[in-house]
Write a protein that binds this ligand. Sequence first.
Ligand SMILES: O=C(O)CCC(=O)C(=O)O
Ligand SMILES: [Fe+2]
Length: 244
Amino acid sequence: MEQKLKYSCDPNSPASEGYGSRMLVADNDSVLDWRDYFDHHTLPLSRRNPAKWPHYQPHYREVVAEYSDQMKFLAQRLLGLISESLGLPSSCIEEAVGEFCQNITVSYYPPCPQPDLTLGLQSHSDMGAVTLLIQDNVEGLQVFKDGEWITVRPLCDGILVLLADQTEIITNGKYRSCQHRAITNADRARLSVATFHDPAKTRKVFPAFEPPIYHEVMYGDYVSSWYTKGPEGKRNIDALLIKY
Ligand SMILES: O=C(O)CCC(=O)C(=O)O
Ligand SMILES: [Fe+2]
């Protein structure tokens, strides 16, 4: 507990760096996630301060920094392939996102005595451009597809690609962000590591195709609204749909 407090995040500020245990949502929201997390601010380099990360494991800080760099290369490559698949220049989506703001969140879901009563992490889609996720061998992540929740089988050496809302906006809905959640279980703790690649808060994001089906949005406004209203599935991106 002492160590958790030493590295705790600012509970009043969304996505602040460090140890925490709840997503920041409106005061009247009574849903609490069955999860502890540690958020690392990793890119751009001006945000990276390894002194804010724990160091009980030898080389922990070096490993996080190296992992961050490798995930950035993978995210760039994936956004390049998605752009090409749509007939766009390979740099198109990456340029629309701008320099990545990258965060790495380690989530720990303790065993839950009554898993039917709560979720590890409520249903949401990630806000940014693309999330790369690794997990241990305990099931828990579910994605919403064709009206039902499907459990993702953990692959110990696999990296799961979760497209996020800004990629849906830029591709004008041709690629959809993935609605997902984490469930708990009574017996085994679960660990996951999500690496988020987001635009800068001042970045204006808009569709690369005509006619646009989403309104342009300043990414910082999108984030504020997400944290104020809470995620609840994909309601934040749905709110940007243009009504013709
Ligand atoms: O723990 C997981 O598998 C999912 C984590 C996640 O969706 C998130 O942190 O946004
Ligand atoms: Fe997520």
